[in-house]
Design a protein around this ligand. Structure first.
Ligand code: LIP
Length: 217
């Protein structure tokens, strides 16, 4: 029977290395960045350096296995694909808000089977393996028992493109009177981990990148 746990160990080890790199770069005086789809969709030098490190280490530890990364692209193929967000929560990272991650997942035929979400700012590591549960620093996680939408704490997010943001804001407004409350923390991978830990009752965001949700989901 396929055991995904060794893939978690690899994702964790490489995620920690990349996390240490982005934290070192964060400590530098200036965080250099470019923009992508809009003037607010930033990519820092640390995003790029992190993805290059992850790709290099995966080629060493898992030679020949394809990688899909936010900054250098790639595709999900049949069989095993590594899905990488080198810094999820890039705007938080740019502003010095300590809620960002290095997110690495292994997907089998497009379905996540193993993942690690590393928090560089705190050193915390969220892990999961299909069939073996989810953990924060080795402690088992459990989702909340909330079943009533009106008593649910809902995590939410917004895309970068204005037209999509408006539709998301309309949904956010419509949900505001139907749930306990809303939270927008800015890193989907960690927000999904919060659901696993019962710190959010649910998370919703339209049109997330696969790299945003692959490990946290
Ligand atoms: C971010 C997501 C967040 C979403 C942001 C952005 P990035 O990913 O984690 O949930 O609301 O728009 O997509 O760009 O920091 O990797």
């Amino acid at each position: 029977m396929f055991d995904p746990r060794p893939l978690v160990d690899i994702a964790t080890a490489i995620g920690r290395e990349a996390g240490a790199l982005v934290q070192r770069m964060r400590a530098s005086a200036v965080v250099s960045f470019d923009t992508k789809s809009t003037s607010t969709d930033v990519v820092t030098a640390a995003d790029r350096a992190s993805e290059q490190l992850v790709r290099t280490r995966l080629s060493e530890l898992r030679p020949g296995e394809p990688v899909l990364g936010e900054e250098e692209g790639g595709t999900v193929v049949e069989g095993l694909t590594w899905v990488v967000d080198p810094i999820d929560g890039t705007v938080n990272y740019l502003y010095g808000i300590p809620w960002y991650s290095v997110s690495i997942a292994a997907q089998l035929d497009g379905e996540s089977v193993a993942g690690a979400v590393v928090e560089p700012a705190t050193g915390r590591v969220w892990t999961a393996a299909r069939g073996y549960g989810a953990f924060l620093d080795g402690t088992p996680l459990h989702v909340s028992a909330t079943t009533d939408l009106s008593l649910s704490l809902l995590g939410y997010g917004f895309a970068y493109r204005p037209e999509r943001r408006q539709r998301q804001a309309d949904t956010w407004a419509a949900m505001a009177t139907r749930v306990r409350d809303l939270r927008r923390a800015g890193a989907a991978s960690l927000d999904l981990c919060s659901v696993a830990a019962g710190r959010l009752d649910a998370y919703a965001e339209h049109a997330l990148g696969r790299w945003d949700w692959a490990a946290g989901g």
